[in-house]
Design a protein around this ligand. Structure first.
Ligand code: HEM
Ligand code: CU
Length: 540
């Protein structure tokens, strides 16, 4: 083994090379993780600004923006940015990139240069959609339903689709990189059943990315071809079938909702054992539940089309299958609760975020059962109930889990500690703000307020004002970490290698890790989550 300068005392991946070039051409997975972090933060702020304008408009029944066209473009921009430029990439590309090689005891991902290329593809995709937005935007909604998108929609639809396709290539390449890394680069002794659950969940996510994303690429290309050249895939006037678009779109997008949430499951499965000082309850069930969810998620897309004019038989089958996907998700929730039971729970920020995740995700998941029931969905489809459902899961769930992971691994990434007090405040504020924002939307949907309209019936005013008020609290909860994490970078206390007393190979490397992660590749001899099992085993 060659000894690199990075192994000199004090050297680490942040200080090895300080030029712009050394960052933009880096093949170090940790630096690429940080490059993604900067990019994704930008998108989160832009998507968040659009959300703020949406909530501002809905303060009054007539719509305060005064322009319906502007409202349509805003929610389209919000959806496209949040789904494809934040939720899908954030956890794998930022946290996964940073910790996966460390967790499996490797020096880098299997294909470091492909990893860098993925980031550039993502940037190119981002540049396309931002160009589309700032040159007038588009009004299709994030789902691009044909034949509206192909024949009637306004704006730069095809350019936005190209941006999403490029970001998709980035996901596919990233997925392949993770799968091969997990297969080939595990440290000696790190068997599959010794892998941390975050690795299992990234593995399942990557499989979904590799298998489902090409379908999205295809359907967006067909949509763009129809829009530009009038090819008759979807437009009934030309002999096409609009339902075909929905089948293909949801064949990707239902698995995609699990692409978004699954890494969150993984993060929470790391944080809860560490802060309850207990081994993860039912490890093998949690691991296989990820794979089960991945498989089943390909068979439920039809539940997005219950009222689209498909057959009753199809609806019945998809309704039943949808209940099936709830089972492995519920298994995970029970296992997290089982881990907490009789645990020595420390309520540091990562744990508070993780507990918030469990509550919000479970609420969102249970409302999915209502939607999967045919009769209820006929009534609730395209109402604010659906909006509340997926925001509970994706914002309450995935974004909260991302914050849990960010706070958990921050000392590893930066070598600095952050304010314990302010980080706890932010986590609690987030939970409160989230509920005030989205709980009223369940009620609004139940009362019949439709989604995607710039104006509404005056009877819905009070609940909408409450939701906008909640959004202000939520925004504060998202901005607060920028402040104390920024302060931690400038003058936070130095972090030890393992500040939380957690298991997992990443905590054996220094904080921040040296460029090559491990001077000597570690050998794994025991199970994961080797926290004390009984009270007698607890350290005094
Ligand atoms: C990991 C968890 C989940 C995520 C991330 C998720 C995400 C989403 C998203 C994004 C939508 C809205 C899509 C749109 O029209 O814009 C949605 C709708 C829906 N979800 Fe979920 N969901 C999850 C769990 C579930 C579960 C467990 C069920 C059923 C058992 C379910 C049933 C439904 C149904 C039926 C709809 C369509 C509602 C309608 O349009 O009328 N979801 N979900
Ligand atoms: Cu679905």
């Amino acid at each position: 083994m060659n000894v690199l300068p990075s192994h000199a005392p004090g050297g680490n991946y942040l200080t090895d090379g300080l030029t712009l070039r050394s960052w933009l051409l880096t093949t170090d997975h940790k630096r690429i993780g940080l490059l993604y972090m900067g990019t994704i933060l930008l998108f989160f702020l832009l998507g968040g600004a659009a959300a703020a304008l949406i909530r501002f408009n809905l303060l009054s029944p007539a719509g305060l923006l005064g322009s319906r066209a502007a409202y349509d473009r805003l929610f389209t921009m919000h959806g496209i940015i949040m789904v494809w430029f934040f939720l899908v990439p954030a956890a794998p590309a930022v946290l996964g990139n940073f910790v996966l090689p460390l967790m499996v005891g490797a020096r880098d991902l299997a294909f470091p240069r492909l990893n860098l290329a993925s980031w550039y593809l993502f940037l190119a995709g981002g540049a396309c959609v931002l160009t589309a937005f700032f040159r007038g935007g588009l009004d299709t909604g994030w789902t691009f339903y044909a034949p509206f998108s192909t024949g009637y929609a306004h704006g730069m639809v095809a350019l936005a689709a190209l941006g999403i396709i490029l970001a998709g290539y980035s996901s596919i390449a990233g997925g392949l990189n993770f799968i091969i890394t997990i297969h080939r680069l595990r440290a000696p002794g790190l068997t599959w059943y010794r892998l941390p659950i975050f690795c299992w969940s990234l593995y399942a996510t990557s499989m979904l990315n590799v298998l489902a994303t090409p379908v999205l690429t295809m359907v967006l290309m067909m949509m763009a071809a129809e829009r530009i050249w009038g090819v008759g895939f979807f437009g009934p006037v030309m002999g096409g079938d609009p339902l075909l678009f929905q089948h293909l779109f949801w064949f990707y997008s239902h698995p995609a909702v699990y692409i978004m949430i699954m890494p969150g499951f993984g993060i929470v499965s790391e944080v809860i054992p560490a802060f309850a000082s207990r081994p993860l309850f039912g490890y093998k069930f949690v691991a296989w539940a990820s794979i089960a969810i991945g498989v089943i998620s390909f068979f439920v897309w039809g539940h997005h089309m219950f009222v689209a004019g498909v057959s009753t038989f199809s609806n019945t089958v998809f309704s039943l299958l949808s209940y099936g996907v709830a089972v492995p998700s519920a298994i995970k929730v029970f296992n997290w609760i089982g881990t907490l039971e009789r645990g020595y729970v420390r309520l540091d920020a990562p744990m508070l975020y993780a507990l918030g995740f469990v509550g919000l995700f479970t609420t969102g998941g249970l409302s999915g059962l209502f939607l999967a029931g045919l009769g209820a969905d006929v009534y609730l489809h395209d109402t604010y109930f659906v909006i509340a459902h997926f925001h509970f899961i994706m914002v309450g769930g995935m974004v909260t889990a991302f914050f849990a992971g960010l706070h958990f691994w921050w000392p590893k990434m930066t070598g600095r500690l952050y304010s314990a007090f302010w980080s706890r405040c932010a986590a609690i504020l987030l939970f409160a703000g989230f509920n005030v924002t989205f709980m009223p939307q369940y009620i609004l949907g139940y009362l019949g307020m439709p989604r995607r309209y710039a104006s509404y019936d005056p009877q819905f005013t009070a609940l909408n004002v409450m939701s906008t008020g909640g959004a202000l609290i939520l925004a504060a909860a998202y901005v607060l970490p920028l402040v104390y994490l920024g302060a931690s970078l400038l003058r936070g206390a130095r972090a030890p290698a393992n500040p939380w007393g957690a298991t997992g190979l990443e905590w054996q490397a220094a904080s921040p890790p040296p460029t090559e992660n491990f001077a000597v590749i570690p050998v794994v001899t025991g199970p994961p989550y080797a926290y004390p099992r009984r009270e007698e085993d607890m350290p005094p």
